[in-house]
Design a protein around this ligand. Structure first.
Ligand SMILES: [Zn+2]
Length: 130
């Protein structure tokens, strides 16, 4: 059981490592990483912890199930709506349903194994994060 679990973590990490790119300018501002179509772009000099990688993996799943373009469209629209609600860029970001799901489950390494399709929808009405 434990061996299966560690193999799973190692395999997943390797798979993700292959898709991590480093950039001087992307993502902009104070963000450390961005997931674009399953490719994780990390700002130069930033060290990704396993929990950050897992966070991005959750986003990769959300994107794949929404066929990418609708994901980004929904993401930006929800961010703008939350910005109107909270009047704070950071608070709006943390309360996007995709981010709520990723932040609330990033430490649960088995989360993606039991996650149901479109689980992010359950975070639309959750209480405010941060
Ligand atoms: Zn995120």
């Amino acid at each position: 059981m434990y061996r299966k679990f560690t193999n799973f973590v190692a395999e997943t990490t390797m798979l993700v490592m292959l898709r991590i790119l480093h950039s001087k300018h992307i993502p902009f501002g104070s963000y450390a990483a961005i997931n674009l179509f399953g490719f994780i772009i990390v700002k130069k000099g930033i060290q990704m912890r396993w929990v950050d990688i897992h966070h991005e993996l959750i986003h990769s799943r959300q994107q794949a199930e929404m066929l990418w373009v609708p994901f980004y469209t929904w993401y930006v629209i929800e961010w703008m709506l939350k910005l109107l609600k909270y009047r704070n860029l950071t608070k709006a970001y943390y309360n996007i349903s995709f981010e709520r799901e990723a932040y609330m489950n990033q430490y649960d390494i088995k989360y993606l194994r039991r996650r149901r399709w479109y689980s992010w929808m359950r975070y639309l009405s959750k209480k405010s994060l941060r």
